[in-house]
Design a protein around this ligand. Structure first.
Ligand code: NAD
Length: 291
């Protein structure tokens, strides 16, 4: 199957490589020529939005809703140019309202569209073990699953159009709270002279155990493959966590849901990013507890 993959960043790059490994042909599209060259070296063909229109499957992995709307909607958008029957998968984490607009426009053109944001980080993208949280019709979900299986270990059908984004935002709001709490606890122990590795090993198997301690320790040197041990580079940028928390606040406002923990985490990430840390991995929040 020929798949146009648009957005070959920290997540999209390794995801597209897993499509190649599974035997798909990949058309690599990104504004960043270096990202395209890396995919071409792995066996993909370099492409652009015009050549993407001739592919039966299109996947996007962009940062935010305005980029997704810019690519798909309007007279010059992809949906105006793609053949009816094309399968389109957007794995970016964006607001559910934009996702619903793209669903509507795709349905009018007879295109099967799913919102399919992911969880699992860059490690999951590299290993092909991502969790995909999918919103869309049963038919679109079944078609998308055959593509997503090459990049993920868990593929969930959350509900109709936009449901994937709502579930993903709930998850990331919880993750931000877990990261902030884990940084706080580790820093308290370290201030009392505890070794962060020993403390992490204790909490990991105790009642404070969580995904951050299991897979994403924020203290440099505790976990070799975590972004913290790589200068906080190459993971999930703090500014993207802030973006997700803004989406969560918007979603909470729509239904008047109280989200006190999420709002506090949002403020912590805003403070952290204002200090120039937006491009660092989100586990760099640890620095906020050093001051
Ligand atoms: P990224 O910034 O590394 O990658 C985005 C890529 O899109 C860049 O390479 C950029 O050049 C490209 N791009 C932007 N506009 C484009 C356009 N018009 N045409 C072609 N290419 C374009 O971001 P990322 O970390 O890969 O995150 C992507 C999405 O996945 C975000 O919505 C993020 O919230 C979500 N996400 C990220 C992680 C993570 O750990 N990084 C985990 C889960 C979900």
């Amino acid at each position: 199957m020929k798949i146009a993959f648009i957005g070959l960043g920290n997540m999209g790059g390794p995801m597209a490589k897993n499509l190649l490994k599974a035997g798909h042909e990949v058309l690599a599209v990104d504004l960043n020529a270096k990202a395209v060259a890396e995919l071409v070296a792995a066996g993909a063909e370099a492409g652009d939005l015009a050549s993407a229109c001739r592919c039966p499957v299109v996947v996007t992995m962009l940062q935010a809703g305005h980029q997704v709307a810019g690519i798909y909607l309007g007279d010059n958008g992809l949906l105006a140019k793609l053949e009816a029957g094309t399968l389109v998968i957007d794995s970016s984490t964006i607001d559910a309202a934009t996702a619903k607009k793209v669903h509507q426009a795709a349905a009018e053109k007879g295109i099967d569209f799913v919102d399919a944001p992911v969880s699992g980080g860059t490690a999951g993208a590299n290993a092909g073990t991502l969790t995909f949280i999918v919103g869309g019709s049963d038919q679109a979900f079944e078609r998308a699953k055959t593509v997503l299986d090459a990049m993920g270990a868990n593929i969930f059908h959350a509900g109709l159009g936009g449901a994937g984004q709502v579930a993903k935002i709930c998850n990331n709001m919880l993750l931000s709270v877990l990261m902030a709490g884990t940084c706080e606890a580790l820093k308290l122990g370290m201030a009392h002279g505890l070794d962060p590795l020993v403390l992490s090993n204790i909490m990991k198997v105790s009642s404070g155990g969580n995904w951050v301690l299991e897979k994403y320790n924020p203290v440099p040197g505790v976990m070799d493959n975590a972004p913290a041990s790589n200068g906080y580079q190459g993971g999930f940028m703090s500014q993207l966590m802030s973006k997700d928390l803004e989406l969560a606040m918007g979603a909470a406002g729509e239904v008047a849901a109280p989200v006190p923990m999420g709002s506090l985490a949002r403020s912590l990430y805003q403070m952290h990013n204002k200090k120039g840390n937006g491009a660092k991995d989100f586990s760099s929040l640890l620095a906020l507890f050093e001051e």
